[in-house]
Ligand binder design. Structure first.
Ligand code: ARG
Ligand code: ZN
Length: 849
């Protein structure tokens, strides 16, 4: 039934469903290798459909029996599902199928993880549970009965009844099948309650495996904060009697917003001071918020089809970023997000996997849960908000929730709401959804008689399938500083709509220094001839925290490029400028920690490509090492003071203030360890009482070349904690000498705790190698071969995780012809595997180009 030639699906082929679903009853008789699923579904012909053909999706199902209106039928089993003759009027479909959760290693549909039953249905996993029109525009109320001796049996909605060996659930909110969820296991509950602003009591639970119950409190607080925040900021209340979260160890992605029953990768919900870093805490808080916010942006209003994925994901990422900014620090969150956007989304946009925020075709939709759909999708929401203004934005959102509640909506619906509520024409803005690629924004400046003119030119390089790009509307936030560093024009948003466009600032007394693209007001690459003196000036004086940081980054980048290309020494002006920032106690420590950070190896590789050079990964790595050593020596007097000053003496809290202090102290430690032989790092490692401090100590020891003993004791201390051991796997690889990284990774794949069945462990190991450019791109191709070997092994078990990791190769065209040949050989070797999944085939075919 499987392995037909992979079919490409087009947005332009969208057709309404032929049949609508009124009501779904499901009964699950759970058994590891022979779960029975009984469905009773009321269908009715869709009056808007042009065809009466009846097709239900189904994959890996064993059909036991089927009935229509009580009479046995024999459907035709076809590729990907079944067809059947049906009445031309509403009818009741009943089917019984058998599935095998215990052998489901793809982690899609109903599967088992460490003895517990769980589901992942987005995007198209429900068809592995029973025959169904598995598409997001078919929505229904669900009633679910679960039969099993397991103590905890959960599904969506509200509990109806439960007793010895069964539980029943009813979800009154019509939903598409991708939001279905079921959980069964011996789980421990961390309960709480929440009262909504209109006074409704909601029962909250976080369910975990025994042993993890001490890691739920933070997630629960994050959930309650999210619920309050969505009421206050977007006016959105929760709409069921109960909200359940379940932690699952084996999970392909981060988490899933199933109605009333969110399922989380345990790494994205379990937290404790001893086992989680500050970064883990921040991420967990954000993901809990993200999944909770989906209840309105995703569930109450869902997507018509999977091309509209950014409708829910872009908006929900935008909302969770607003939440994090409110809970913590807005500038710090913005800087972190832009670092991530450039690292993942710009990288995607620059290579063979570039696609529009709303793609117009796909083979496997799981391959489009990308940085472009999510993170660039969120940037589009941010630009829209900048263009229309805050008040108009929230007014439009109210209209959106009002008008489309209960709908499976489109990007057109979304934009229409904004057009109607603001009176703006958004046809040009829509190009952001339709055209792939990162616009380049070149700037020229002129000053004459008190008038300063900025002339911008926009252009977007071709991307696969899109040679020509039209100018987009770009909000450019600009401020002007006068020569003594005072701001003479505060942040002003210029609205660029033409390919080339000038903007004038009048009445100035001296030529100003512009601060352009403040807060990173649009996801573009600013191309501006600037001097190091000007960058240092902006780093010292810019009032916009993002651009202040950006100036430091540009200065670092320029110096590094000189070092890589011309063997220059580290730039003294850069060293002085960061030293000043470091010393400035009026600046947020978290900001200073970010300002001490350097562009990544990958960032520098792309910078070199943009300047017409072929990057040498080893040379990039060495330049960074040299610069870090120079920073450590240049700041030798100040770093120990900073390190001591920002030690947190109060009891551990994962809040912004404490994490900021720790991030600055640990940035200092990392430099100090390059010159003190690892003494400070060892002391921190030995005395640490939380994972942030312990892991930073371990990392600094590894950097100092003194990590061997700590690596061993760390393992002994944490071998029972899988999430901590993931860190242990990853760190040894990402901090290995690039000449050894492939061997270190290879040896770790032989470790008894390595398993490719657990996506977290697989990513911690092979993903760490793939994300260490100098190690991965070692000239002899050992990194490529090792990754390819493991992708070949993983693909038959878990196509989704395999396909995602193929993006390690997406930058291959940047490198020299020897490396390209080595990579091409590995891509071809994987592609030649018999029965290679559709997921991996699509990814590699696109990458191969
Ligand atoms: N909707 C989920 C989230 O963003 C992601 C689920 C994606 N899963 C997948 N298998 N493609 O929160
Ligand atoms: Zn999401």
């Amino acid at each position: 039934m499987k392995d037909a030639a992979p079919q490409k699906i087009y947005l332009s082929d969208y057709q309404v469903p032929n049949y609508l679903v009124e009501d779904v009853h499901l009964t699950f008789r759970l058994a590891p290798e022979a779960t029975r699923v009984l469905s009773r579904i009321t269908f009715r012909p869709n009056p808007d459909a042009s065809s009466k053909d009846f097709f239900l999706h189904g994959e890996d199902l064993q059909l036991i029996s089927a009935k229509i209106d009580g009479a046995e039928v024999t459907p035709d089993l076809v590729v990907g599902g079944l067809t059947c003759a049906v009445p031309d009027a509403p009818f009741v479909w009943e089917a019984e199928v058998e599935i095998s959760p215990a052998t489901n290693t793809a982690l899609e549909g109903l599967y088992m993880s460490n003895g517990m039953y769980c589901t992942q249905c987005e995007a198209e996993g429900f068809r592995k549970i029973t025959y169904y029109p598995d598409r997001p525009d078919v929505m229904s109320v669900f009633t679910v009965r679960i039969e099993s001796d397991l103590p905890v049996l959960l599904s969506n909605g509200n509990p109806v009844t439960s007793g010895e060996g069964f539980a029943e659930w009813h979800d009154p909110w019509p939903k598409p099948a991708y939001l279905f969820a079921l959980v069964g296991g011996e789980l421990i509950n961390h309960p709480d309650t929440f009262t909504t602003k209109s006074g409704k009591e909601v029962e909250l639970n976080i369910y975990v495996r025994p042993g993890d119950e001490g890691k739920c409190a933070f997630g629960m607080e994050a959930l309650k904060k999210s619920m309050v925040w969505d009421e206050e900021v977007y006016g959105r209340e929760y709409d069921l009697d109960i909200f359940n979260i379940v932690a699952v160890d084996d999970f392909n992605m981060g988490a899933m917003e199933n109605k009333g029953l969110n399922i989380f990768n345990s790494s994205c919900v379990l937290a404790s001071a001893e086992t989680s870093t500050d970064m883990n805490f921040e991420r967990i808080e954000a993901i809990i918020a993200h999944e909770y916010f989906h209840n309105w942006t995703g569930n109450r209003i869902t997507c018509r089809d999977w091309f509209q994925l950014c409708l829910k994901e872009g908006l929900t990422v935008y909302r969770d970023a607003q939440f994090t900014a409110d809970m913590r620090s807005e500038p710090v969150k913005r800087i972190e997000d832009v670092i991530a956007l450039r690292a993942r989304q710009f990288r995607e946009d620059n290579g063979p996997l570039a696609h529009p925020v709303r793609p117009d075709s796909f083979v496997e939709i799981n391959n489009f849960y990308t940085a472009t759909v999510y993170e660039k999708g969120a940037e589009l929401i941010g630009m829209l908000k900048t263009l229309v203004g805050d008040a108009a934005y929230y007014k439009a959102l109210d209209l959106y929730f009002d008008r489309h509640d209960g709908d499976a909506a489109t990007i057109e619906d979304w934009l229409t709401v904004f057009e109607e509520s603001t009176g703006r024409d958004l046809s040009q803005f829509k190009r952001w959804y339709e055209q792939a690629g990162t616009p380049r924004l070149a700037v020229e400046e002129a000053y004459e008689d008190g008038t300063f003119t900025l002339t911008f030119k926009q252009s977007t390089p071709p991307t696969p399938g899109q040679d020509q790009k039209d100018p987009r509307v770009i909000p450019i936030a600009v401020g002007l500083l006068n020569p003594n560093g005072d701001e003479v024009v505060p942040t002003t948003v210029l609205e660029m709509t033409e390919a080339t466009q000038s903007f004038r600032f009048e009445g100035l007394t001296a030529r100003p220094t512009p601060s352009i693209l403040r807060s990173f007001s649009a996801p573009v690459i600013l191309e501006r001839a600037s001097s190091n003196a000007e960058r240092a000036f902006l780093l010292a004086h810019d009032t916009d925290p993002f651009n202040k940081w950006e100036a430091g980054r540009a200065l670092a980048r320029a110096g590094l490029v000189e070092m890589i290309l011309n063997g220059a020494a580290p730039d003294g002006a850069y060293l002085d400028a960061v030293l000043q920032v470091l010393r400035d106690d009026s600046l947020d420590p978290a900001f200073r920690a970010l300002a001490l950070g350097l562009p990544s190896q990958d960032d520098l590789a792309q910078t070199l490509v943009d300047q017409g050079h072929t990057p040498d990964p080893q040379a990039i790595y060495e330049a960074l090492e040299t610069l870090k050593m120079a920073m450590a020596t240049h700041m030798q007097d100040v770093l120990p003071r900073i390190y001591a000053q920002y030690q947190v003496t109060e009891a551990y809290q994962p809040d912004a203030a404490q994490s900021g202090a720790r991030s600055l102290a640990n940035a200092a430690l990392s430099l100090i360890s390059r010159v003190d032989g690892g003494t400070a790092a060892q002391a921190q490692y030995d005395s640490a009482d939380n994972m942030t401090q312990q892991l930073a100590g371990l990392a600094a020891l590894l950097t100092a070349g003194k990590g061997a003993q700590a690596v061993a004791t760390f393992y002994e201390q944490w071998k029972e904690d899988r999430l901590v051991i993931d860190k242990w796997f990853g760190l040894q690889i990402s901090l290995a000498d690039p000449a050894q990284a492939a061997e270190v990774a290879e040896q770790l794949t032989q470790h008894p705790d390595f398993t490719m069945k657990n996506p977290n462990r697989f990513r911690a190991t092979l993903g760490a190698l793939a994300m260490s450019p100098a190690g991965f791109h070692r000239a002899d191709g050992a990194g490529y071969k090792l990754l390819a070997d493991w992708l070949i092994k993983l693909d038959p078990l878990n196509p989704q995780t395999t396909a995602r990791m193929c993006s390690a190769f997406e930058t291959w065209k940047r490198y020299d012809s020897d490396r390209q040949a080595l990579i091409a050989a590995q891509l071809d070797r994987i592609l030649a595997q018999d029965g290679l999944s559709r997921d991996t085939t699509e990814m590699l075919t696109r990458i191969r180009g």
